[in-house]
Design a binder for this molecule. Sequence first.
Ligand code: G6P
Length: 604
Amino acid sequence: MCGIVGYIGGKSATPILINGLRRLEYRGYDSAGIATISKGKTLICKKQGKVAELDKACADSGSTIGIGHTRWATHGEPSELNAHPHQVGDITIVHNGIIENYADLKVELEKIGYEFKTKTDTEVLAALIDNEYKTATDISHAVRTALNKVAGTFGLALLSQKDEDLIVVARRGSPLILGIGDDEYFIASDTSAVVGYVEKVIYLEDDQLAVVARDGYDVVDLNNKAQSVQLHDLDQDQVKAEKEGFEHFLIKEIHEQPQVIADTMRGRLLKDGEVRLGGLNLDDDELRDLKQIIIIGCGTAYYAGMLGKYLLERLTGIPVSVEIGSEFRYRDAALNPENTVALFLSQSGETADTLASLAEIKRRGIHSLGLVNVVGSTLAREVDGGIYLHAGPEISVASTKAYSAMLTAVMLFGLKVARLKGLARSEALEFAESMESLPNEIKQTLGVSDEAKRVASQVKDIEHTFYLGRSDLYPVALEGSLKLMEVSYIHAQGYPTGEMKHGPIALIDEGFLSVVLLPEDELLYAKSISNIEEIKARKGKVLSVSSRPQPEQSDYHLIVPKVSQWIEPLVINVALQLFAYHMAVAKGNDVDQPRNLAKSVTVE
Ligand code: G6P
């Protein structure tokens, strides 16, 4: 999703801004631009498409102050015109988030003579600030007054032609950091843009504004009350991720999963089947007394949560409900705050709907835990406790290794609670053994890549697919279908296998592919084979995925290692990730940055 960079210091800003935008490319975007100020004049350079195009188009202005942006369209189509920065009068702005009352503000501004070139909410915000500056005492005052009039979310950075040596930044609901260098400052929506440039960062909080000058910075709230800020050490290990010989980040990250799972478990899963989780901020009595677990996430994280429910309920006996962030935040869920914990699953820790759900959970007085990958992200900072995933930077927009790491963390949490609730030591050891075997089993599963590629070459022109699974392979079917949709742009729908006959089967014909997940479990295997028969009877094509050999009824087959029921879903999921990857490659798609998608969805 949209990314922001900014620089003020002694060096030439243009290359720094372009490099920062390159680092933010993984978030997904459709256009990019930069603005610098030189001799009281603002220079703007924008391009639809990739940062590489922007780099070619923008000459180094020599200016030592500037802001930049990668845009993921919300208001107004992707185009050079709608790309940020937007300039109105003296004000030039880059903005993440959505100004919800922009239409009303626009009408008011038009009445007093402002004319708009674009359909963006950001141009309206620039005009609003420009107008306020006509009567405000200084630029900070103008921005604060304007921001107090807007509804919605913003992470913004702006230049003012009248104040050539200042960048003003502010945030509400959209992450923004200030990187502190030696006589220079960096601004970014995401720490990956400033790694290597600075060692210390400040995470701005909601409704804070900073005026960044050449010789220092000043942070206030939107009522001009001075704010004390904390300097955080920047984790330099998140060095710029490289493809390391892989053709795409997606396939690299799929292959990283054995290591990632081992890293998520390291130091937490102990030899005797016990679990050490230091950051939950819940004592053993509180964990033992849990009566309800809520899991909240979006996209892949939501599907990880769904599988988490199946695993946690079987392991702990505690009822688990799973909520989509964008739904939970607006529905009046009936929840009892007593003996309840809410698990927030998020790779980025910045997903707007997940954060809004966290605010609701806090309002209800429920203990919140974050199972988050990005250290220092908003979610990680705002939850009551949590488990970091240690999956390393996930660059591909389609999430793979974070999913496996989320489930590993959920299983660790489940095992801990189950032990406290009286799970027998022998059973705990058996479960722990399954978990320990996971990295190796996933390594074996990666061997199915060639077959997945061969199948993909044969079915790449298919237009519609079902992903079908029973029991805990149902959530895996949902995640598998999402992966295919995201990267191959093929219509894919996940369904519980047994539900096919209640409607979806009407769609089956020779042009339809059903990816059927077959469990090792005898009973469910037999039932699923009957469902394959029903599909074949209607001339549908079937790709089966199982640890068992290819059933005679299916057209294509991916075989995975035979593992315990606890980890079977994760193993099968890896085969589906590989299939989706090869489908995307076979179709010639932009695998790591699929069209219309964003890595970190910081707007509603
Ligand atoms: C976006 C990404 C998905 C991701 C979802 C939730 O839609 O494209 O891959 O699953 O956001 O992101 P989070 O960072 O909260 O896990």
